[in-house]
Design a protein around this ligand. Structure first.
Ligand SMILES: NC(=O)C1=CN([C@@H]2O[C@H](COP(=O)(O)OP(=O)(O)OC[C@H]3O[C@@H](n4cnc5c(N)ncnc54)[C@H](O)[C@@H]3O)[C@@H](O)[C@H]2O)C=CC1
Ligand SMILES: CC(C)CCC[C@@H](C)[C@H]1CC[C@H]2C3=C(CC[C@]12C)[C@@]1(C)CCC(=O)C[C@@H]1CC3
Length: 369
């Protein structure tokens, strides 16, 4: 392990310096600050984060509405993050909190998103302050600036979406605003938001399972649009790396306080090339025939309206929602230059390697399995 004084930002007029103990590309903290909590730690990203934190010598409290695994060095606290008393017992002696809980985007349940992502996040902030937590790292989303039209190399200074594409995105915007506004260097409560995009990797319950389900139903024959749109897909370990760097760089004198950071693989890829690689890797055919974007989006919108009207009578979940069609047919890739400059971030797993590990991790989803 080496001690290094590194400029956090050399390009800004003021130079910010932080003293970091650098070990394998990570920053190390004194043992006393190595107690943390992960809210949403039973989820896909949360569990990968917990595993890396344990590897890095942290003792971790997981707070989640469900417990999905057991791990030495990890204590589990089952509860709803809207319940402050339940949170307080998990935050005892904790100085650092990661908040990566959210209802799944596919649930499309406005009231649930508002309750958990907005009111629940207010409760998390208040519980952190009451428990004397010093640092809060939020998992936000790069989608907070996405309105369904092309975003190319989007930077963090893009305005929040005025017309977010769904309730999930709408409440992620409010959530991020709340957490960043709560940052108070004078009072010693420091916050930062990580905005990942298109997280994939082993145990993801969303991307690969949805894709394979669609392929098994014969719905993955078509490419929406001309198929040239570039997007970000980010391997889960890179997202974890970004979170830990942010937590360990977050100090009262650092420029990262109260700011959002894009964390990506820094390798934008054609949406349909990425989908095809996963499908072919699992033994399915790649989509080949093109359909006009406007037509598919229109049909998806009509279907969504229909399911909304019929909701009291029947439940039907279309594969091609307006949100998925927008994501499949537009450019949405983001710059992670600010994270490189301020956090010393660089992806630790390439897209190619990430796809390989992901495909290998789903033997049960292979064609014919
Ligand atoms: N998966 C993706 O591509 C992206 C995810 N994100 C964000 O990353 C975070 C983690 O997402 P994933 O791991 O993919 O989702 P996930 O659904 O696997 O994990 C979310 C966890 O939050 C927990 N949770 C939900 N409501 C709760 C409540 N009321 N109280 C306590 N725990 C609750 C769930 O039980 C689950 O374990 C979320 O904040 C999401 O918005 C951001 C960008 C992309
Ligand atoms: C049926 C196919 C057209 C699409 C199948 C794959 C999709 C399920 C995924 C492709 C892009 C993904 C994505 C997200 C969820 C899964 C996809 C729609 C997010 C919405 C997850 C939450 C976020 O914050 C943004 C993500 C953007 C990309």
């Amino acid at each position: 392990m080496a001690t290094r004084i590194r400029p956090v930002s050399q390009r800004s007029s003021l130079k910010f310096y932080s003293v970091c103990l650098v070990d394998n590309g990570f920053y190390s903290l004194p043992q006393s600050s190595k107690r943390c909590a992960v809210i949403g730690g039973s989820g896909f990203l949360g569990r990968h984060l917990v595993e890396k934190l344990v590897d890095r010598g942290y003792s971790v409290s997981v707070f989640d509405i469900r417990q999905s695994y057991e791990l030495p060095g990890v204590s589990f606290h089952q509860g709803d993050l809207c319940d402050k008393q339940a949170l307080l017992s998990a935050l005892e002696d904790v100085s650092l909190v990661f908040h990566c809980a959210s209802p799944a985007p596919a649930s499309d349940d406005r009231l649930l998103f508002e309750r958990v992502n907005i009111k629940g996040t207010q409760t998390v902030i208040q519980a952190c302050i009451d428990a004397g937590v010093q640092k809060l790292v939020l998992t936000s989303s790069a989608s907070v600036v996405f309105e369904g039209t092309d975003v190319k190399n989007g930077k963090e200074d893009l305005p929040y979406a005025k017309r977010p594409i769904d309730y999930y995105t709408q409440t992620k915007i409010e959530q991020e605003k709340l957490v960043l506004k709560a940052c108070d260097q004078q009072k010693g409560f420091l916050t930062v938001a990580i905005r990942p995009h298109g997280i994939f990797g082993p145990r993801d319950p969303q991307l690969v399972p949805t894709l394979v389900d669609a392929a098994r139903q014969g719905k993955m024959k078509f490419i929406i649009g001309d198929g040239t749109n570039l997007v970000d897909f980010t391997y889960v370990e890179n997202v974890v790396h970004g979170h830990i760097l942010a937590a360990e760089c977050l100090r009262a004198d650092s420029p990262i306080c109260g700011k959002p950071y894009h964390i990506t693989n820094d390798e934008p890829v054609r949406f349909w090339d990425f989908m095809s690689e996963i499908l072919v890797g699992l033994g399915y055919a790649a989509p080949r025939f093109h359909l006009p974007y406007g037509l598919v989006y229109g049909i998806a919108l009509l279907l969504w309206l229909l399911t909304w009207i019929l909701r009291p009578f029947m439940s039907f979940k279309p594969t091609f929602t307006p949100m998925r069609v927008a994501l499949a047919g537009t450019y949405h890739y983001y710059s992670c230059e600010r994270a490189k400059e301020h956090l010393g971030y660089k992806p630790v797993v390439s897209l190619k390697e990430g796809i390989k590990r992901t495909v290998e991790s789903y033997p049960q989803l292979r064609r014919g399995a």
